[in-house]
Design a protein around this ligand. Structure first.
Ligand SMILES: O=P(O)(O)OC[C@H]1O[C@H](O[C@H]2O[C@H](CO)[C@@H](O)[C@H](O)[C@H]2O)[C@H](O)[C@@H](O)[C@@H]1O
Length: 376
């Protein structure tokens, strides 16, 4: 038996315990169903070739694999079909290993007991639904009110690929931390005046400021080069750029990808990654949403603390960097927003922004009822 199988089994046992505990007090699944689940696990363990057990590192965080053609890579990052067949083994495996954060709410809170919860939230696809026009990705009023409530009880940060100004124009809450440009532009709350000079622009860190002129230069070139690709749109996110292909006919994806790639050949200090129907151009510095999460925890005084419980909710490949940090620290919970199985380091899932809203509301209610028992 290989090490990977042993680790897999250990993890299965842990997950099984968690699932059994979560259902033992609810009507959703009687405790008698546990043997069935166990048999199911056995079946999955008997299939070593299952894709979902492959390590994530192959696909994530290292730019686009050179062996992939552009078109394959762009398709892979933009799945359009959901696979909801209940008989689908991949789907069942996915649900077992990445259960709903709503169903597991009590277990998550049990793990957070006595610790300072810090909330990290991605924006697009997490707080707002994915829409065709990136300039119209509004959150609902209800989500905004929920965020306001969350920030009253926990330090809260929005971590996004967007530039800060755009992000703030959508969220409009001065009491939050913001990490824009994939964490390369970090601001603290601006609702309190700085006691020394009376002003407070909130800026905490901009690790890629030297790249600003280069990013602006490449932005102009890309706008020019892609202007004939119908539906393509280049978005300037200050320390990074997004080339959107959501509204581009699939037949033109390869051409668009090649054009972007050719431009980047002249800029070896920039790299290309992918999000949801978007090509993202970023400085090659070792900085990502995971580093931003660590920086913010440090700024809050939790660099080496065991008394903190970070909860990070995100839907995209770039959020995997943050999930990985939590998993490496053995701290907190990573929650992936997705309806379909994906390779992820997150432990839990939520289906869509409306479930994210429900989870955050549960968190506020939990805090209100338990505040006398827990730290702030
Ligand atoms: O880190 P995030 O907050 O998730 O930002 C990632 C990208 O989000 C935006 O693009 C995505 O959402 C758009 C609006 O729903 C959608 O049209 C697009 O296809 C998605 O990729 C944003 O426009 C990008 O700049 C961000 O990099």
């Amino acid at each position: 038996m290989t090490n990977q199988n042993v680790l897999g089994k250990q993890r299965v046992n842990e997950r099984l315990m968690e699932i059994a505990m979560s259902f033992s007090n609810s009507n959703d699944l009687p405790a008698t169903a546990v043997p069935e689940l166990m048999a199911l696990f056995g079946e999955f363990l008997a299939q070593p070739k299952n894709n979902l057990l492959k390590p994530l590192e192959d696909q994530n965080g290292k730019g686009i694999a050179k062996t992939n053609t552009w078109i394959d890579s762009m398709r892979a990052s933009s799945p359009t079909r959901t696979r909801n067949n209940p008989e689908n083994r991949e789907q069942i495996h996915w649900k077992l290993f990445h259960p709903s954060a709503l169903n597991m709410f009590d277990q998550i809170m049990h793990k957070a007991n006595g610790k300072q919860i810090v909330v990290f939230l991605d924006y697009d696809g997490t707080l707002s639904p994915i829409v065709a026009d990136p300039n119209k990705a509004y959150m609902t009023k209800k989500m905004r009110m929920t965020l306001k409530d969350i920030a009253k009880h926990f330090p809260t940060a929005i971590v996004s690929g967007r530039c800060l100004d755009k992000l703030f124009s959508f969220v409009r809450l001065t009491e939050l931390y913001y990490a824009g440009s994939h964490g390369m532009d970090i601001k603290g709350p601006t609702n309190r005046k700085n006691t020394k000079n009376g002003s407070n622009d909130g800026v905490l860190l901009q690790p890629a400021s030297e790249f600003l002129p280069m990013i602006n230069e490449v932005y102009k070139i890309l706008v020019e080069k892609t202007k004939n690709v119908l539906g393509a749109m280049v978005e300037n996110n200050k320390f990074c750029l997004s080339v959107h292909f959501r509204c581009v006919d699939e037949k033109s994806w390869a051409i668009l990808g090649e054009q972007v790639s050719l431009v980047l050949n002249d800029y070896p200090k920039l790299k290309l990654t992918q999000g949801r129907k978007v090509l993202e151009i970023r400085p090659t510095i070792k900085w990502d949403k995971g580093r931003a999460l660590e920086f913010l925890l440090e700024s809050l005084g939790f660099a080496n603390s065991n008394n903190v419980y970070p909860i990070y909710i995100g839907d995209d490949r770039t959020d995997e960097d943050a999930f990985k940090v939590l998993s490496n620290r053995g701290q907190g919970s990573g929650i992936l927003v997705s309806k379909i199985p994906k390779e992820t380091k997150a432990s839990y899932t939520l289906q869509d922004p409306s479930e994210v809203g429900q989870f955050l509301q549960h968190l506020v209610e939990w805090k209100r009822t338990n505040s006398h028992n827990h730290k702030l």
